[in-house]
Design a protein. Structure first.
Lengths: 117, 112
């Protein structure tokens, strides 16, 4: 248990569905991240939020829409996904992303296993 | 562009054998280095990290890693593995702008 929880743990959706992934951190951090983990590929950073403000969007298609209402919660809204979007979606949190300091160590949630049919 | 390379995609070894996983990165500036582990069905966990000081860092569960700046490497080692070390291991590098980049991972299988 790292203090980062994600729901749901598994999700199956059709290409026309709308669903949301939720992440909550109980570590007092103020930066949160979404990653995509596909088989045999490095983790891909999708979005970064620092103090509720989006500071990075790694060329993610608009069918993925993040939302960060406060420093403890992060959502990923999904709409008209494609089968190739099937993957494990990981949330992570850290202290503010200050380069060169240990405060930036990221802690990960268990992920949501997404299958798009 | 910054990249992180893990030399082996799959490693199979017997219990009590020694393990060394290679990690190299391409970035010329100051870096922070991490190894994460993902046990079957579990979340990604921090194994150890290097920020500064002694380049030989010790982590949990008997793992250690050595930062060799001249070789842009941060190899992970464990002298004697156990069956419970079966997992996927990820090297990650954070650059001076704070961006964390992961390697593709190495799947380690320890046979009894």
């Amino acid at each position: 248990e790292t203090g980062v929880t994600q729901t749901p743990r598994h999700l199956v959706m059709g290409m026309t569905n709308k669903k949301s992934l939720k992440c909550e951190q109980h570590l007092g951090h103020n930066a949160m991240y979404w990653y995509k983990q596909s088989a045999k590929k490095p983790l891909e950073l999708m979005f970064v939020y620092n103090f509720k403000e989006q500071t990075e969007n790694n060329s993610v298609p608009s069918r993925f829409s993040p939302e960060c209402p406060n420093s403890s919660h992060l959502f990923l809204h999904l709409h008209t996904l494609q089968p190739e979007d099937s993957a494990l979606y990981l949330c992570a949190s850290s202290q503010a992303n200050t380069p060169g300091t240990e405060e930036g160590t990221q802690y990960f949630g268990p992920g949501t296993r997404l299958l798009v049919l | 562009a910054q990249s992180v390379s893990q030399h082996n995609h799959h490693v199979i070894l017997s219990e009590a054998a020694s393990l060394e996983l290679g990690c190299n990165y391409s970035y010329g500036g100051t870096v922070n280095l991490f190894w994460y582990v993902q046990y079957p069905g579990q979340h990604l966990q921090l194994l150890l990290k290097y920020f500064s000081g002694d380049p030989l860092v010790k982590g949990i569960k008997g793992f250690e890693a050595e930062f060799i700046k001249s070789k842009f490497s941060f190899n992970l080692r464990k002298p004697s593995v156990q069956w419970s070390d079966t997992a996927e291991y990820f090297c990650a590098v954070k650059n001076s702008w704070g961006k964390l980049q992961f390697g593709a991972g190495t799947q380690v299988v320890v046979t009894p």
